[in-house]
Write a protein that binds this ligand. Structure first.
Ligand code: GTP
Ligand code: MG
Length: 400
């Protein structure tokens, strides 16, 4: 366009000259002219004015460096600053603050970390929890007072299912720690790519005091982890556990599915042998790396377990690893955007409404109990017991 500018200029000048000649001739004639004559003159004038305009625009473009469109839309008489407005930076709870410098600097990883931490908390928690010691004690008492509303069973069996290393065994140990008043490690906790837990192990949650240990009505069942493929706990064996066919201590092997000739196979399981609620244990820090095979496994489990009439809920572990503010203080968990996002992702993964999922932080390296960590674990158990109770209501024997 810019190279053609002298040519367009010359053509515009020539066109103007011809148009001027036509108009002069018309003036000299001093008589009406044909409409055809007028059409020629108008077209010529239009053509030459557009040539002048193009030529002018090209000059503008070259001078300002802006594209033509911008040149045309800019208001005459004003110059626009080329400086861009700074991005607002949220530095905590309250109105966004504007950074003092307009210069874009490279964000250091530490800044990034702090930014993430500060923006992680909401003003209002999305679920309300009373973090007082009184409420923690009240929760413990109510869990301990729980009795299944069934004539045939005195204990509720809850099965923990989840990928390898999700924190199933740690959850059992953590709950047991809360009731023991000190951090203990009853269930075997590991860290390997294949399941550390190999057997079906049932843990009756007990309350310990100086003299005694009272059993509660809650039994948490630990099993081998899911691996989302041909290894790990299979769908077949999972359903066999839920139906009550698998004996305590059975060692799982994907190559040897539970069958009627398996040692200790429970041929006619009673209600006490059955599982009354399934809890998926999901690691919040691994949600983005969950394989398609694992997603398919969850979908199959959800479908088949639902057919058995057993309610399914979930606990989201490792929340301390996804949110530094929750790691610093567990009572921030329901103000954490990052934990809220993780719950939504877990819901999508399991095909479950977010209201069925509760976050927990397990005791994994601590030597002492922490109030909010205890409360969160107790809230999770309280949540699970509501679905256990539903199972017993659904399966209540009709009154005579
Ligand atoms: N930071 C953190 N680590 C956790 C949490 N829960 C468990 N862990 C750690 O995660 C690792 C695996 O925990 P386990 O309880 O053995 O997991 P699992 O689901 O029983 O695993 P398998 O038996 O192998 O299927 C251990 O190193 C735990 O200490 C948690 O809430 N936060
Ligand atoms: Mg385990």
């Amino acid at each position: 366009m810019v190279e053609l500018e002298p040519v367009t200029g010359l053509m515009a000048a020539a066109g103007s000259r011809v148009a001027f000649a036509f108009v002069s001739r018309w003036k000299r004639l001093r008589r009406p002219v044909s409409s055809r004559y007028l059409l020629h003159v108008t077209s010529l004038l239009h053509f030459t004015s557009s040539l002048h305009f193009t030529s002018l625009c090209n000059v503008c473009t070259r001078e300002t460096g802006e594209d033509m469109e911008k040149s045309l839309t800019a208001k005459p008489g004003f110059t626009f600053a080329t400086k861009t407005l700074p991005d607002p930076v949220f530095t905590g709870i309250g109105p966004p603050q504007v950074a003092s410098s307009t210069k874009k600097t490279k964000v250091e990883p530490e800044d990034c970390k702090q930014h993430k931490t500060f923006t992680a908390l909401l003003d209002t928690p999305w679920r309300k929890v009373d973090w007082s010691e009184e409420h923690r004690d009240a929760l413990m008492s109510s869990i301990f007072a729980y009795k299944p509303s069934s004539n045939s069973v005195s204990k509720a069996r809850v099965l923990l299912l989840g990928p390898v290393g999700a924190g199933k065994s740690s959850f059992i140990s953590s709950v047991q720690s809360v009731f023991s008043g000190r951090v203990i490690n009853r269930a075997m906790v590991g860290s390997s790519s294949t399941s550390f837990t190999k057997k079906l192990q049932s843990f009756n949650i007990r309350r310990y005091d100086e003299k005694d240990c009272d059993p509660s009505a809650l039994v948490l069942c630990d099993v081998m982890g899911l691996e989302g493929g041909v290894t790990g706990l299979t769908l077949h064996d999972t359903l066999a556990i839920i139906k009550g066919h698998v004996p305590e201590g059975h060692k799982f092997s994907p190559a040897q599915p539970v069958r009627t000739d398996t040692a200790g196979f429970v041929k006619k399981p009673y209600e006490v042998d059955r599982v009354h609620c399934v809890v998926y244990v999901i690691d919040a820090s691994k949600l983005d790396s969950c394989s398609q095979a694992m997603k398919t496994t969850f979908s199959h489990l959800r479908e088949h377990i639902s057919d058995l009439g057993v309610h399914q809920v979930a606990v989201l572990t490792h929340v301390d690893q996804v949110c530094p503010e929750t790691d610093r203080d567990v009572s921030n968990v329901y103000r954490s955007r990052l934990v809220q996002q993780a719950i939504s992702k877990a819901g999508a993964l399991l095909g479950m409404s977010n209201s069925y999922i509760v976050p927990v932080k397990n005791y994994y390296s601590e030597l002492e109990l922490d109030g909010p960590t205890d409360t969160l674990l107790l809230c999770a158990i309280h949540h699970i017991l509501q679905y256990v109770q539903l199972y017993f209501q659904d399966n209540a024997e009709p009154a005579l």
